[in-house]
Write a protein that binds this ligand. Structure first.
Ligand code: DGL
Length: 268
């Protein structure tokens, strides 16, 4: 039993889709969230830069006395999970492995589509994880960079979102895949639009949901769940623009965010 919070970080606001799942699946756990809003997006940056940023985020969360860390960003998980696990004496999980495991369970045709940022798609991280589980699987990758700004604008239910999704997805829809991983934090907010285009024969996999499930298992295995009767607490930190984070974040979480504090991430 351990009542310390879980540390969660992302390049910005998107990791709140993972926070939302943790809140639902692990209501007893407190959370400290850091969104690197000054340096978002990570999806267009090099592996070296994203790894340096991730390590700074982790050092900040360690200062907050967390008991485990979730890299709630596909790009950061793809670039830096392995090196973070080697460098810090702390349980750390990312979103790629849980998403890959679920996709392998879902596919019957052994054909999986992966959509994400340019960084995630070019990293090869999902292929690596999927092939460890089943190397007969054929993987189709597609970077959908415009999805992030569309969601950040709150335009997920607009004609712009539908047209953009059609442009990106028509080409992979008829390639025989029966599972599609929404391998970017923002994409679950476009789930309805993506599902409409892909049709009901292609199952959508949400790594945010799977990550909360994996976190639950990990806390149980390490026996560090919070079993105290006290109500869980949620703290939010960003590296820039707390007002925008609060406004857009409430849309992601579908609940009020009472307070957001700005910190200087370059100090870490
Ligand atoms: N959080 C990022 C991801 O899941 C999307 C936004 C970005 O590019 O930083 O890949």
């Amino acid at each position: 039993m351990d009542s310390r919070p879980i540390g969660v970080f992302d390049s910005g606001i998107g990791g709140l889709t993972v926070v939302k799942e943790i809140m639902e699946q692990l209501p007893n756990e407190s959370i400290v969230y850091f969104g690197d809003t000054a340096r978002v997006p990570y999806g267009t940056k090099s592996k070296e830069t994203v790894t340096r940023y991730s390590f700074q985020c982790i050092r900040f969360l360690l200062e907050k006395k967390v008991k485990a860390i979730v890299i709630a960003c596909n790009t950061a998980s793809a670039s830096s999970l392995d090196s973070a696990q080697q460098s810090f004496d702390m349980p750390i999980i990312g979103v790629v492995e849980p998403g890959a495991i679920s996709a392998c369970q879902v596919t019957k045709a052994n054909r999986i589509g992966i959509i994400g940022t340019e960084g995630t798609v070019s990293s090869g991280a999902y292929e690596k994880e999927i092939n460890v589980i089943n190397n007969d699987v054929k993987i189709l990758l597609k970077a959908c960079p415009l999805f992030v700004p569309i969601v950040e604008e709150g335009w997920q239910d607009t004609e712009i979102a539908r047209l953009t999704a059609r442009e990106y997805l028509e080409g992979i829809k008829d390639k025989g895949i029966d599972a599609l991983v929404m391998a970017c934090t923002h994409y679950p907010l476009l789930e309805k639009t993506i599902a409409e285009i892909m049709g009901d024969k292609i199952k959508l996999v949400n790594p945010a949901y799977e990550t909360a499930k994996s976190l639950k298992e990990m806390l149980h295995q390490l026996n560090i769940q919070n079993k105290a009767a006290k109500k869980s607490t949620y703290e939010y930190y960003v590296s820039d623009n707390p007002v925008k984070f609060k406004k857009v974040g409430e849309n992601f979480l579908s609940k009020p965010i009472p307070y957001v504090e700005k910190i200087d991430i370059e100090k870490y």
